[in-house]
Design a binder for this molecule. Structure first.
Ligand code: ADP
Length: 311
């Protein structure tokens, strides 16, 4: 079976700005895939090219084995896209605009209304279906944009920063819904500069910076490859000693008022936790609190580019 999306050596410049400098990506059918990177990295340009809104300069993109330029009718019909910017006619109601969208995809009138109603119910828009878009809150507008991308029941859902500027509750709701769609076999490609979103949702991510993919893999795999984490133990009874290794583990000690903190630097904090607790207890200490810190995709990005994603 061909890849859901296959991108080969994609280049794009705007005047004198090189936005994409040779992107390669393969997204398998049914995969939940993330493009993670800071503002200006080239994420929106990449999805703009896949969806036919931006013209590519060189390279190729195919969707289920069909070229996005020569077979654009096919490729566009398989994709639903929710852009970052709100784009719609502000003077119509939610329901009307979703019905227009269905018409745009050639869905017959008799099928359009049930389809639109289902999508509105799923996204908590049904009660507001008569409201005009311009009166909706930012979060409701975001729901509407996602509803719009789902009207044609696409195999591939592409979302540009789907939770930018939405509150925590809506973010969780959208995450849940995206997981449900993923469970039904949809291929999902999202862009985000929000690290937790990529870690929580995506099976694989490409980390993108300055128009190049700097690394690619499962979030856990990328984090493990960095191999850094720590275990902090707040305790009393620690006897200062020479050397900064204990049973093969390196550590630092920070004395506090009445207690102190041992900080162990380890590759896999969860795995090492019982070992650390046993070691500290064996040294006659009383443990008050244990805190695990794992590396994140942010650390992976920093280690590869020397800068932070959200700086
Ligand atoms: P991201 O989505 O990761 O924030 P973009 O794809 O929007 O990144 O932008 C990549 C680069 O291309 C940036 O340097 C941006 O300023 C530039 N760029 C994007 N769109 C345009 C445009 N229409 N005209 C000129 N430059 C653009």
């Amino acid at each position: 079976m061909p890849a859901a999306i296959e991108i080969r050596n994609l280049h794009k410049s705007y005047d004198d700005t090189a936005a994409l400098c040779g992107i390669d990506l393969t997204i398998k059918p049914g995969e939940f895939y993330g493009l993670l990177g800071p503002n200006g990295a080239g994420k929106t340009t990449t999805i703009g090219i896949i969806t036919g809104l931006v013209k590519l300069e060189s390279g190729s993109v195919s969707v289920f084995g069909k070229d996005i330029i020569t077979d654009y009718r096919f490729t566009r019909s398989r994709i639903g896209v929710s852009p970052q910017e709100f784009t719609s006619d502000w003077f119509f109601s939610i329901e009307k605009l979703l019905i227009f969208q269905a018409g745009y995809y050639g869905i017959p009138k008799k099928d359009a209304l049930p389809r639109v109603e289902e999508v509105m119910k799923k996204l908590g828009l049904y009660e507001k279906r008569e409201e005009k878009i311009r009166f909706l809150s930012g979060g409701m507008k975001r729901r509407f944009m996602i509803a719009k991308s789902l009207v044609n029941d696409p195999d591939i859902l592409i979302l540009d920063e789907p939770t930018a500027g939405v509150d925590v509750e809506l973010r969780r709701m959208l995450w849940e819904y995206l997981n449900e769609l993923h469970g039904k076999g949809k291929t999902i490609l999202l862009t985000t500069h929000y690290i937790e979103e990529a870690e929580k949702l995506c099976e694989r991510v490409s980390i993108i910076n300055d128009g190049r993919i700097v690394t690619e893999g499962g979030p856990d795999e990328l984090i493990r490859s960095l191999g850094k984490g720590s275990i902090e133990v707040r305790l009393t009874g620690w006897q200062e000693r020479d050397g900064r290794r204990l049973d093969g583990l390196s550590f630092a000690y920070e004395p506090g008022e009445g207690d102190g903190k041992l900080i162990f630097s380890v590759d896999d904090p969860e795995k090492e936790l019982p070992h650390v607790v046993e070691l500290v207890s064996r040294n006659g200490c009383h443990i008050h609190e244990v805190k695990i810190t794992k590396s994140s995709l942010e650390d992976v990005f920093v280690s590869l580019t020397g800068r932070a994603i959200n700086e």
